[in-house]
Design a protein around this ligand. Structure first.
Ligand code: BES
Ligand code: MG
Ligand code: ZN
Length: 489
């Protein structure tokens, strides 16, 4: 999908304009012949600018504009960045359904919403909505149509579009990785993808494998990984483009390429979805790709512990006591609580090795998070108010929603073990998301830290709110959120 800008539209197979509820105008349409204008008036009366409604008006063959599409934006007072993103996505999907080679969207004028922002959302929404996971289909889906945005051209607009394309492409890259089936995506595969993006984008990539993992004390990653013939990897991406002495931001992502639960085997129902247990890691890889393409003037480190959690003769067991990278010991009471073990190693490694100014981690960590917050909001746990405030700000701009859960000493006490420094489960089903976070909290000293439990939001589940730009499968949650945070540092 190529994206172009034009000041006004002379020729297109589909000209799309937005219509607000209770309005009689197509935003930014400008002059049009009397006959077409009267058809448009009638069409607006029919669709009333209701949110998400699309009305197509075919024009005569001779017309250089073959069709007009009116897209309802809903009430002006309810208009958000997400409205434009989601409706643009719907428009793009309609253009593909019509098998068009190109289509055009008129950017809403600045008295309705900020032009830079709306143009960015048009790009994000339409690009992400046209992504399809068809790698393994013999019959490929149609080519994505090209998009022309009708807006008065300026350097700022050109730059905004370029940025939005990079961000959308990274979210799509993350979705593509995360959607890969577990037989085609092992820890080694992820490490190779990280190497590929680092070749093209001036990133440095280091991969720590066995026996080094064990030798250097990554006891969590080694233990969880020991049950699979697909051996564990610790993937590190370094991007240094800020002042030399500036402390970096460290991003950590859980990448369990398949989570069977291990010896504490999961029930069979929906176990296939545990291919998405690598989503946190895929998010980190996608963010690092974008950070380098955007050439952000900061230092950012991505750390992705990757394992396959399998049952077998070599697997770690309930009852085992292991030593984490922090030096603390953990009693294993459930091998299905594996994410916190590999993250604990990665978090303390990130803190010790890079002395970061902040650490943010992403993990499909607990089913309890879906019980608490559902499938449209990620759980957030932190030790630093300033950092959570920044994440909330980024969340409101990107509509990747988060909600903070508390973490005080009482929760940390819930993971005390009789025989080791801590145990890898809490007490029964009580506060499962927070006790998992408490385990992570024990693995860092005092660095400002935010943990995002993306179990409910990383892929579309039955209760996920439908959005055009998140078609079925992985959503790439976190990519747009954290890129926004990094761009506003
Ligand atoms: N990857 C799962 C969490 C998960 C489950 C995410 C379902 C999304 C949907 C994680 O490794 C896990 O199994 N967690 C256990 C922890 C428990 C054993 C303390 C859980 O949530 O049941
Ligand atoms: Mg598990
Ligand atoms: Zn898991």
């Amino acid at each position: 999908m190529k994206i172009r800008i034009e000041n006004s539209k002379k020729k297109t197979s589909l000209l799309c304009g937005f219509v607000l509820e209770n309005s009689t105008k197509v935003l930014g349409l400008g002059k049009i012949d009397a006959k077409t204008a009267s058809i448009i008036d009638q069409s607006i009366k029919d669709m009333e600018g209701k949110l998400g409604k699309l009305n197509i008006i075919p024009l005569s063959e001779k017309n250089s504009i073959q069709r007009i599409l009116l897209a309802g934006l809903g009430k002006k007072e309810d208009l958000t960045r997400d409205t434009i993103r989601a409706v643009s996505g719907k428009i793009a999907q309609k253009a593909r359904e019509l098998k068009l080679k190109e289509f055009s969207i008129i950017a809403p004028p600045s008295f309705v919403t900020d032009t830079i922002s709306s143009v960015s959302q048009i790009v994000e929404g339409s690009k992400m909505a046209l992504y399809k996971f068809d790698n393994f289909k013999s019959e490929k889906s149609e080519e994505s149509p090209d998009l022309t945005i009708i807006v008065s051209k300026s350097n700022k607009i050109v730059k905004a579009i370029k940025n939005a394309e990079i961000i959308a492409n990274s979210a799509i890259f993350t979705k593509g990785l995360a959607n890969l089936p577990p037989n085609e995506c092992t820890p080694n595969t992820l490490a190779n993808f990280a190497k590929i993006i680092s070749k093209n984008n001036k990133l440095k990539c280091k991969v720590i494998s066995e026996p080094e993992l064990k030798k250097r004390g990554f006891g969590g990653i080694s233990a969880v990984g020991q049950g699979s013939k697909n051996r564990p990897k610790l993937i590190v991406l370094e991007y240094n483009n800020g002042p030399r002495n500036e402390k970096p931001i460290v991003l950590v992502g859980k990448a369990v390429t398949f989570d069977t639960g291990g010896i504490s085997l999961k029930p069979g129902d929906k176990m296939d979805e545990m291919k998405f247990d690598k989503c946190g890691g895929c998010t980190v890889i996608g963010i690092m790709k974008a950070v380098s393409e955007l050439k952000l003037p900061t230092n950012v480190i991505g750390i992705v512990p990757s394992v396959e959690n399998m049952p077998g003769g070599e697997s770690y067991r309930p009852g085992d006591i292991i030593k984490l990278y922090s030096g603390k010991t953990a009693e294993i009471l459930n091998t299905d609580a594996e994410g916190r073990l590999i993250l604990a190693d990665a978090l303390s490694y990130g803190e010790k090795f890079y002395s970061p100014k902040a650490i943010i981690d992403f993990a499909t960590l607990t089913g309890a998070c879906i019980v608490a917050l559902g499938t449209n909001v990620a759980g957030m746990v932190s030790n630093n108010e300033k950092l959570t405030k920044k994440i909330y700000d980024a969340s409101s701009r990107t509509t990747e929603e988060v909600w903070e859960l508390p973490l005080n000493q009482d929760y940390i006490d819930m993971i005390k073990s009789e025989v080791a420094d801590m145990k890898n489960v809490g007490i029964g089903r009580s506060a499962g998301t927070i006790t998992a976070a408490a385990f992570l909290r024990n693995s860092i000293e005092n660095t400002p830290w935010v943990h995002l439990d993306i179990a409910g939001v990383a892929w579309t589940q039955t209760s996920t709110k439908e959005k055009s730009y998140n078609p079925k499968g992985a959503t790439g949650f976190g990519v747009r959120l954290i890129l926004d945070y990094l761009q506003n540092l």
